[in-house]
Design a protein around this ligand. Structure first.
Ligand code: ZN
Length: 293
């Protein structure tokens, strides 16, 4: 059977890069790109029934709060900078209303948003993270099926920070999310950017590939293409400069380099300087709204 793009079903696809799951399993994967809808994807997708074994709860930082060592330390630093910056970026020009953080992890963004006056809801598929978030917020965090609990046109703001690249069917998820988004609401994605300098520098070692947990590898073009089919238009694209340092540090670790920290700081800095001109930051935040006729 010929290979097809798992998003648009086109057969007009080509091999992009071969790489390993350096983070956990050390298994080999390939990334292919679709010449029609422009998205890159991990090939093959692990069966959905097996994906949990690639998320070791011991090692997956976004699902825990209590890891020690350089990388988790950097992750926490980056995260605390990011939360405040992200909040300001995605809510600019909005008055606090109703927020859904889909894939809320351990709930830190929701805690921050609630302190600013938002009515907050979270959905998280990982059970351990969900429990931590529920305790922190003292309210129920729903599992993956939780979206169906909400009425139509309910949220002013829906955020997915580093989530869409993990989802088997982004199209189905988008349809479900757009049902609960108000007609003038905002839909926000943060995604690694495979067009960034750090991605090009580290090639197969780039931590932003994160196969096979990341099934999709977006850039500005492919995310626009995906959202166009849902009558959404991008009205803003924002940098996540801190991610360049964290992703570079992980990538140095995958390369087993000596002196990973100074090297990562240098590559992260170069990535941000280049992105200041090109817009191609290590990770990007994309802000979408419904098209107006
Ligand atoms: Zn395609």
């Amino acid at each position: 059977m010929s290979k097809k793009c798992p998003s648009c079903r086109s057969e007009n696809i080509e091999f992009e890069i071969g790489l390993k799951d350096y983070f956990l399993s050390q298994e080999d994967f390939e990334i292919w790109i679709c010449n029609d809808c422009k998205v890159s994807f991990t090939y093959p997708f692990p069966p959905e029934s097996e994906i949990q074994r690639y998320y070791s709860s011991e090692n997956y930082y976004s699902h825990s709060d209590d890891k020690n060592g350089l990388i988790p330390f950097m992750y926490k630093i980056v995260k605390s900078f990011n939360i405040n910056t992200k909040y300001k970026q995605v809510t600019e020009g909005m008055t606090p209303g109703s927020l859904l953080d889909f894939g809320c992890g351990i709930g830190d963004f929701l805690v921050h948003a609630r302190s600013k006056g938002w009515s907050v809801h979270g959905i998280e598929t990982n059970e351990k993270a969900r429990r931590i978030a529920s305790d922190k917020l003292n309210c129920e965090i729903l599992d993956g099926k939780g979206l169906s609990h909400f009425p139509d046109n309910h949220f002013d703001l829906i955020t997915l920070f580093h989530v869409l690249e993990h989802v088997y069917s982004p199209d189905d998820l988008l349809s479900n999310l757009l049902r609960v988004l108000k007609p003038d609401g905002r839909l926000i994605f943060a995604l690694p950017n495979k067009n960034s300098y750090d991605a090009k520098f580290y090639k197969k070692f780039w931590a932003g590939w994160d196969v096979p947990r990341h099934l999709w590898h977006f850039n500005s073009e492919s995310i626009n293409e995906l959202l166009k089919n849902h009558q959404m238009r991008k009205f803003r694209q924002l940098p996540m400069p801190w991610d360049a340092f964290y992703v570079s540090l992980l990538s140095e670790q995958y390369k087993k380099s000596i002196f990973p920290l100074p090297k990562a700081l240098l590559v992260g800095l170069i990535s941000n300087l280049k992105a200041f001109l090109s817009g191609q930051y290590s990770s990007l935040i994309y802000c979408f709204q419904f098209k107006r006729n």
